[in-house]
Design a protein around this ligand. Structure first.
Ligand SMILES: NC(=O)c1ccc[n+]([C@@H]2O[C@H](COP(=O)([O-])OP(=O)(O)OC[C@H]3O[C@@H](n4cnc5c(N)ncnc54)[C@H](OP(=O)(O)O)[C@@H]3O)[C@@H](O)[C@H]2O)c1
Length: 348
């Protein structure tokens, strides 16, 4: 029984039913995920119901489903950590958002791979609708990481160089462009694979100054390939294994290598020389740790900056919009089962 004589108030509003990508246990995403119909949920007075427009499949989404990511929502869980949606309905006390607004999760939360998401007003950030949806859906996890890493570890000045591996990743593409906007040049390392020449040209078109494949650098004349370029004070490691050593080799004395990804799943080996004679510092970056530090306001300001760049065509990266119904195909591509593909973005 409740104050209404045992019935729910007539003013109770419910979301539409939702279709979601759910995993009931951890494991390989292609075997543990399935599409599930979820029933309508109540939209309480401070809640906002969002009809999702698009959401990417990022490596961290895959790692969460595999159960190897440090943050794991309890199962069964809906996949996906970021995305963009349109406000569908709001609770009676919601003031800052109205139906039709475009919003993104900020801070990030799990469960964006579904057609309707109901969450309290405070976790949604309204964004500029002129931003193309594939950018709006992907603006937080990777571009914000690139922006943070460029400003948080080493003071860089116009004319400086940074070096990175995994340059074809979305983070890598953003580092190239965000560095260039500050007059900073980039040395980029990509893996040897089918299409690597084309990938090099694409990175150069984004503003990359130097692009090498791993095999080009795995030779004795490594230094001569870099020529008289100023040695970078900062390097980014997305991959691990041998190609992390290539980043370390090119950093100058007293420089810093920031590790943010582990795409090869291989450990980093550091020579004693790097420590004794070059005094290299090794650091790590994790966006979620930083975002949890009560940084919502700061973070949203940076997101608005990135949204503005994407809206105006000053920040570009490759994506492939895929209908939600084709999730299985998109997942195969994101898992690398069919070679290299642009970032897969589900279109609801
Ligand atoms: N620490 C953080 O807060 C944070 C935030 C964002 C992202 N990340 C991490 O950053 C990394 C990149 O994320 P992203 O979304 O930008 O990547 P992405 O756009 O999905 O691209 C994947 C990248 O990894 C490379 N790659 C894939 N499999 C590989 C393998 N087995 N060996 C070597 N390279 C491989 C790809 O190279 P090809 O182009 O040659 O296929 C491509 O450069 C991931 O590890 C992700 O988890 C971390």
């Amino acid at each position: 029984m409740n104050g209404n004589g045992g019935f729910r108030s007539f003013s109770t509003i419910m979301s539409p039913p939702s279709k979601a990508i759910v995993y009931e246990r951890h494991g390989s995403p292609d075997s543990v995920t399935r599409v599930v119909d979820l029933p309508p949920v109540e939209i309480r007075e401070n809640d906002v119901c969002v009809k999702m427009i698009a959401a990417p499949i990022n490596p961290s989404d895959i790692n969460q489903i595999e159960g190897v990511y440090p943050v794991r929502p309890p199962v069964p869980a809906v996949g996906g950590l970021e995305g963009v949606g349109q406000v569908y309905a709001v609770g009676s006390r919601v003031k800052s958002l109205s139906p039709g607004d475009w919003v993104i999760p900020s801070p990030l939360f799990s469960g964006t791979w579904q057609t309707y998401v109901v969450k309290e007003e405070g976790v949604w950030h309204k964004i500029d609708k002129r931003c193309p949806i594939e950018y709006a859906a992907t603006i937080t996890v990777n571009p914000l990481t690139a922006l943070m890493m460029l400003q948080d570890f080493v003071v860089l000045n116009s004319g400086d160089y940074v070096v990175q591996n995994g340059a074809t990743s979305m983070v890598g593409q953003c580092i190239i462009q965000l560095a260039r906007l500050r007059g900073i040049s980039t040395i980029n390392i990509i893996r040897d694979r089918v299409g690597s020449d084309e990938a090099k040209e694409k990175l150069k078109a984004l503003g990359a100054d130097k692009v090498f494949s791993e095999s080009q650098l795995n030779v004795k004349n490594f230094k001569s390939l870099l020529g008289n370029l100023p040695e970078p004070a900062l390097g980014f490691n997305c991959i691990g294994g041998n190609v992390a050593s290539l980043v370390l080799k090119s950093i100058r004395e007293g420089g810093t290598m920031v590790t943010y990804g582990a795409m090869s799943k291989k450990p980093i080996t550091v020579s004693t020389t790097s420590f004794i004679f070059k005094d290299i510092s090794l650091r790590g970056f994790w966006l979620q740790r930083w975002m949890n530090l009560d940084k919502v306001k700061e973070c949203r300001k940076m997101i608005d900056y990135l949204i503005g760049l994407a809206r105006d065509g000053n920040l570009k990266y490759e994506t492939e919009l895929v209908p939600f119904e084709d999730f299985a195909d998109a997942l195969d591509k994101a898992l690398g089962k069919r070679g290299s593909h642009p970032k897969q973005v589900l279109r609801f």
